[in-house]
Design a protein around this ligand. Structure first.
Ligand SMILES: Cc1cc2nc3c(=O)[nH]c(=O)nc-3n(C[C@H](O)[C@H](O)[C@H](O)COP(=O)(O)OP(=O)(O)OC[C@H]3O[C@@H](n4cnc5c(N)ncnc54)[C@H](O)[C@@H]3O)c2cc1C
Length: 390
């Protein structure tokens, strides 16, 4: 047994639970774990959050359960995530057994097989709804499969969902893109409802001169197929979120001299603090309060013009960043990887008939895996109510 379990106070109004976007019942699962009822604990976690094996690996615990543990007051918070990883990994890989519900005579098409689409498919199928799950990629998983690198997430966990969905009778149609191979109106003709869970895959541009330089690539393209890119030696990664951290840590594993350029400072980075620290430990350099304003190629040399930035407080008290004129410097690179945010392709919604729902990053913009699960839970309830099944 993980000794962390014996230190847990099993709080009545647990702060860790309150800080979890899916409200994980940590005290109940911890109690079962202490009693050696591992399958029961795994089931409890899975039923609330089918991605528990994954979120326990990729959540930013300092901002969630771990960071809110009451024992923080004594500087000794419980590492619940370690116990959740142990329980949920075993349960997902060895024990999950789900059966489809009695046929309800309704069908739903889900566009996007990321965490939101997978969870909604699992829950709907258990209510007897016939589910068709479509994705542009050949396999299920969304960002978990095609974004987050292998060194951070064991893909065996992600691949387990394909078998679980199959067992529930969910029909997965890989390599099918809405807007290209499928049209919303005809999908609707064949289903009672549609769930758009297509994530946020449109890379935001920096909108600077020279951005179309062939040495500039977008992080999602790079992370989807990292071996396709010849990065050269010197790599600049622009951005400070999860995507930027995965890009820089992938580049440094390829032996590149890698620098993250970020317009604010460390405390402002949206990336998890653990990821930032690990990137630093792995040798990634950080150049904060800097922003590229132009990309130039001069003969065989490619370089960015970067300017200094500073934070300031607006009149309404919010934090903003401004670029400081007269601070131009040149930064050479072989590849610049841009990770300055992503957005959802809202054109997919154009002319949407009644009965079209949205979830995950598609609905709320780039967030987290655990937020995608919570949003799938809410939208599943809405769809069931719309279908008259709740
Ligand atoms: C590189 C990276 C690292 C991240 N790291 C973390 C992390 O450490 N921790 C964390 O909690 N979150 C992290 N996130 C965020 C998290 O992965 C997302 O919030 C989450 O995956 C959203 O789930 P989703 O199901 O809404 O969308 P996605 O996972 O994006 O899945 C959407 C799916 O829809 C498909 N699709 C899109 N358009 C179409 C179309 N037109 N037709 C058919 N299919 C389509 C896509 O191919 C994709 O498979 C990271 C994100 C990225 C990009």
């Amino acid at each position: 047994m993980n000794p962390e379990a014996t230190r847990c106070l099993l709080c009545k109004n647990a702060r860790c639970t309150a800080a979890c976007p899916v409200g994980t019942d940590v005290p109940s699962a911890m109690k079962l774990y202490r009693e050696g009822k591992l399958s029961e604990a795994g089931k409890l976690l899975f039923e609330n959050n089918p991605m528990s094996a994954i979120t326990s690996c990729v959540c930013d615990w300092p901002r969630m359960c771990y960071g809110h543990c009451i024992l923080n007051a004594k500087n000794a918070p419980i590492k619940w995530y370690e116990i959740e990883q142990e329980l949920s990994r075993k349960y997902l890989l060895e024990e999950v057994s789900l059966a489809p519900g009695a046929p309800a005579g309704k069908s739903v098409a889900i566009i996007g097989a990321g965490p939101a689409g997978i969870c909604a498919a699992l829950w709907l199928a258990q209510k007897g709804v016939k589910v068709d799950l479509y994705d542009s990629f050949p396999e299920v998983g969304g960002v978990l499969k095609y974004g987050i690198p292998d060194f951070r997430l064991d893909k065996k966990l992600v691949d387990a969902y394909a078998g679980i969905l199959k067992g529930l009778g969910v029909a997965f149609h890989g390599g099918k893109t809405l807007g290209k191979d499928l049209i919303l109106a005809s999908v609707k003709d064949n289903h009672d409802a549609i769930l758009l869970a297509a994530g946020a895959w449109i890379a935001r541009e920096m909108r600077i001169p020279g951005e179309d330089n062939p040495h500039v690539v977008h992080a999602l393209d790079f992370l989807t197929e990292p071996d396709k890119f010849a990065l050269g030696h010197k790599v600049i990664v622009v951005g400070g979120g999860n995507v930027a951290m995965d890009a820089c840590r992938t580049a440094i594993r390829k032996g590149c001299d890698t620098t993250v350029v970020y317009r604010k400072t460390f405390e402002n980075m949206p990336a998890g603090s653990i990821e930032i620290r690990e990137a630093q430990e792995e040798g990634v350099k950080f150049d904060v309060f800097k922003v590229p304003v132009e990309v130039r190629t001069d003969g065989s040399r490619t370089y960015a013009i970067v300017r200094d930035c500073e934070n300031y407080t607006r009149e309404d008290g919010s934090l903003a960043t401004r670029i400081l004129d007269g601070t131009d410097a040149e930064m050479d690179f072989d590849t610049m990887i841009v990770a300055v945010s992503e957005s959802a392709d809202k054109s997919l919604m154009e002319g949407a008939p009644e009965g079209v729902f949205t979830a995950g990053d598609y609905a709320y913009g780039p967030k987290t895996v655990v937020a995608a699960v919570q949003s799938a839970k809410e939208v599943t309830a809405d769809i069931l109510s719309y279908l008259g099944l709740s």
